[in-house]
Design a protein around this ligand. Structure first.
Ligand SMILES: Nc1ncnc2c1ncn2[C@@H]1O[C@H](COP(=O)(O)OP(=O)(O)OP(=O)(O)O)[C@@H](O)[C@H]1O
Ligand SMILES: CC(=O)C(=O)O
Ligand SMILES: [K+]
Ligand SMILES: [Mg+2]
Length: 582
């Protein structure tokens, strides 16, 4: 690996002096149980400088930290993942990135080594898109991720993204892209034909032309090419190209009349027969999330959740992908029904005018935060990096904007699945989000959000108020960390919703809760044994963190806990405590 070759070996690292003016003082960091000074001697003439150099330092240190944590992770059953532990050791509490990173796994990053590098680079969720690849291929990837988690102490959850039903091109007469000239005439049909038929396009859905009239506009992939419908014979449409462009394999179709969408995916079932089979596959493979493509109403989310609770012994979260104009009309009920949301800007851009995407994105993130559901911003974040090793300035601005809006997670698609620079793209997300998060903290942006009261019953309202106040206290006091003890992750998510300055360490004894929390902003999940005695949980976790050198004397921790009734204190209550580590 590039970074490793930059340092002679892990043990050499402690001998190297601090390299110049890095913004963090590493000298006083206890690292792997001993004090080290960290830095690299870059070869004379090295092109690496400034920020890039600093990031190499941190990344390499994290890697060395991970090497050391790996053996330790397997020792005492300490349920903190190696990447968080190493980052914490190197960067301290304030340096932990809060925005979570999702990577789509495809042929370009599916080897064990590639996946390990992505995990090291901060991937907390691996996404598998069932539109592509075989089930055997996906099974192999899931197996590798589980192996890395078990053997090397990572905490990467697995998400299956369904294919869903959409009107798309099956055959456009070529294996790759085809140019469409202005004025050329094309036939769109659902009939299968053998061999090649010039200017004929086969679509996947028999009813694709239902309700379509002469004069309607047929848009390819949200604007890659445009046609006017000039004639309809049976189910076939004869169309003239009015805006030249490109047909890509699998291109998506939408129909417009007077500037309004007339035919999207709203008539198709959200879950096809193949999707249900993919869901059974995901259950059998023990995945953590299903991302449901082309959700048009809350019922499809509810159906899947009911199905999962009857079929799966572990809790699997259901995320609704917002990628149709229909789903925008029913946004709130879809958000309420689901365990999280993905702003799937790729297909959304096929169904709504592109200039609406930025405001729609901000609205969706806002609704999710109000309703306390994690939200992922997806598609084309760093699209140019599929081919090039550096992002465009506009892409970095787009990524930073999603972070400024407080999305829980950012997602790579083709950048990691088929791109040549998956790790670099992940590093760009990592850097850009860390930078924007610290800017937002300095500017105190989070205080600007008004909360909607979620709870209906008094106990629910109490929990919510406790979490809101806890974050306000944590920010005002400038504590180093928040600790929360949680079975299903609810309190952790209520704290996360307030986007606190310090990181939230969520101690849970439930493995599916731990995996679900990999998607939540600012939450570091830890798997530990929890007893009914809240005080003993607190002192045990403090001791555990202390013994690893992760907290030390003088650190201040705000602890939020739920105390179950016991015979001695027959009353359930919740508490906020501020502890100074001695
Ligand atoms: N498992 C895979 N095998 C082969 N190619 C893949 C795989 N996963 C993704 N890709 C490739 O990466 C590209 C980007 O991935 P992404 O998941 O965004 O797909 P998509 O089909 O564009 O989007 P959607 O999520 O709307 O289905 C795809 O177009 C495909 O070429
Ligand atoms: C991610 C996805 O499905 C989309 O952007 O369309
Ligand atoms: K998909
Ligand atoms: Mg999509």
């Amino acid at each position: 690996m590039v970074l490793k070759s930059m340092v002679a070996s892990a043990s050499d690292l402690s001998l190297v002096s601090v390299a110049g003016n890095s913004p963090l003082d590493f000298k006083n960091r206890v690292f792997g149980g001993r004090l080290i000074s960290l830095g690299f001697r870059f070869n004379k003439g090295s092109k690496c400088k400034g920020n890039e150099r600093f990031n190499f330092e941190v990344r390499a240190a994290v890697e060395v930290g991970v090497e050391r944590s790996k053996s330790k992770a397997l020792e005492g059953g300490f349920g903190l993942d190696v990447v968080s532990e190493a980052e914490l050791t190197v960067k301290g509490f304030a340096g932990l990135r809060k925005t979570k990173l999702v990577c789509t796994v495809g042929p370009a990053c599916s080897s064990l080594e590639d996946l390990e590098n992505l995990a090291l680079g901060g991937m907390s969720v691996a996404r598998l898109n069932m539109c592509h690849g075989t089930r055997d291929w996906h099974r192999d990837v899931i197996g590798k991720i589980k192996k890395l988690n078990e053997e090397k102490g990572f905490c990467v959850s697995v998400m299956i993204d369904t294919e869903g039903s959409q009107i798309h091109v099956v055959d456009h007469g070529a294996p790759s892209s085809v140019k469409v000239e202005e004025g050329s005439n094309w036939v769109f049909t659902a009939e299968h034909f053998e061999g090649s038929r010039p200017f004929t396009v086969q679509t996947n859905y028999r009813g694709f032309s239902e309700g379509i009239e002469m004069g309607d506009e047929l848009v390819i992939d949200g604007g890659m090419a445009c046609f006017e419908v000039v004639e309809k014979t049976g189910n076939d449409l004869h169309c003239k190209c009015i805006d030249a462009g490109l047909f890509l394999p699998g291109a998506k179709l939408s129909f417009w009349r007077d500037g309004k969408l007339v035919r999207g995916n709203n008539k198709l079932p959200t879950l096809s027969t193949k999707d249900w089979a993919d869901i059974d596959f995901g259950i059998a493979e023990g995945v953590d999330f299903f991302a449901l493509s082309f959700v048009n109403h809350a019922d499809s989310v509810k159906d899947l959740k009911n199905y999962l609770s009857s079929k799966s012994t572990k809790s699997i979260k259901v995320l609704a992908k917002i990628e149709s104009s229909e789903s925008l009309h029913k946004l709130e009920e879809i958000v309420r029904a689901s365990d999280g949301i993905m702003v799937a800007r790729g297909d959304l851009g096929v169904e709504i005018p592109l200039e609406q995407i930025p405001t729609v994105q901000e609205d969706i993130i806002y609704v999710c935060r109000q309703l306390n559901k994690p939200v992922i911003v997806a598609s084309q974040l760093l699209e140019s990096m599929v081919e090039y090793p550096t992002p465009t300035r506009a892409e970095v601005a787009d990524v930073s904007e999603a972070v400024r809006q407080y999305a829980d997670a950012l997602m790579l698609s083709g950048e990691s699945a088929i791109g040549s620079y998956a790790q670099k793209a992940l590093a760009v997300l990592d850097m850009a989000s860390s930078r924007m998060e610290s800017w937002s903290r300095e500017e105190n942006r989070q205080s600007l959000v008004n909360y909607h009261q979620l709870g209906a019953s008094l106990p629910e309202c109490i929990t919510e108020q406790i979490c809101n106040c806890a974050v306000e206290m944590a920010n005002n006091l400038g504590v180093d960390a928040i600790f929360v003890y949680t079975k299903y992750g609810h309190m952790a998510s209520l704290l996360s919703r307030n986007r606190p300055n310090p990181p939230i360490f969520a101690f849970t004894n439930d493995d599916s809760t731990r995996m679900a929390l990999t998607l939540q902003w600012g939450v570091v999940p830890l798997l530990v044994d929890l007893s009914d005695d809240a005080e003993s949980n607190i002192s045990k976790s403090v001791q555990l963190m202390k013994s690893r050198g992760l907290i030390s004397q003088g650190d201040v921790v705000l602890v939020v806990s739920d105390v179950a009734p016991t015979r001695a204190t027959p009353m359930a209550f919740q508490s906020i405590q501020v502890k100074t580590i001695i």
